[in-house]
Design a protein around this ligand. Structure first.
Ligand code: HEC
Length: 161
């Protein structure tokens, strides 16, 4: 009787670990990337990223919300429609990715301040993205300030004049 009992315990154990295997396998399959990551060849120089992505994307955010004084009086600028808010969000997303581009393809100048400052640009851009999602004009204004600081900080240290 005792032998049968132990055989039973061992087979139950094997059965459970078998199930655990299948579950873990299934999880690993779900977590696996859908496509193989292919090696990419960087194309743009830092200057081209700045002029082609960073600068125009930041201009959209700076220009999205504000007050202009005209002959007719004060005029408030702000995105009004869903489409206009989405456009601000798109530029915020592009701006964030331009920060990521500064960290890949051998563009990172060092692992210290450069990396930190590029990440700050990504972080400040994400604030603008969240503000656009929440349709917050105040959020866009404060994100704009934070974004502008990251440009100045990095240029002060790394931009060749
Ligand atoms: C992590 C560093 C870094 C951040 C952050 C950064 N820049 Fe730059 N930027 C550079 C460097 C380096 C150059 C000089 C590139 C060169 O001349 O090769 C540059 C150059 C530029 C130029 C001049 C390009 C030219 O034609 O000479 C513009 C415009 C510019 N950046 C805009 C911005 C704006 C706007 C932001 C913020 C939204 C920003 N940059 C954030 C590093 C940065």
């Amino acid at each position: 009787m005792r032998t049968v009992h132990w055989l039973f315990v061992v087979s139950v154990g094997l059965f459970i670990s078998g199930i655990a295997f299948v579950v873990a396998g299934g999880r690993a399959a779900r977590l696996a990337p859908r496509a193989e990551v292919t090696a990419i060849t960087p194309v743009a120089s830092i200057k081209q990223i700045m002029n082609g992505i960073t600068e125009p994307a930041s201009a959209v955010i700076y220009g999205a919300v504000g007050t202009t004084v005209t002959a007719k009086g004060m005029e408030e600028t702000a995105p009004r429609t869903d489409k206009e808010w989405a456009a601000v969000g798109n530029s915020a997303a592009a701006l964030a990715e331009s920060g990521n581009l500064l960290l890949v393809g051998g563009r990172a100048v060092d692992n210290g301040d450069w990396t930190m400052m590029a990440r700050e640009l990504v972080g400040a851009s994400k604030l603008a993205l969240e503000a656009a999602r929440g349709k917050s004009t105040d959020g866009i204004l404060s994100a704009g300030g934070a974004i502008n600081e990251t440009c100045d900080k990095c240029h002060e240290k790394y931009k060749r004049q």
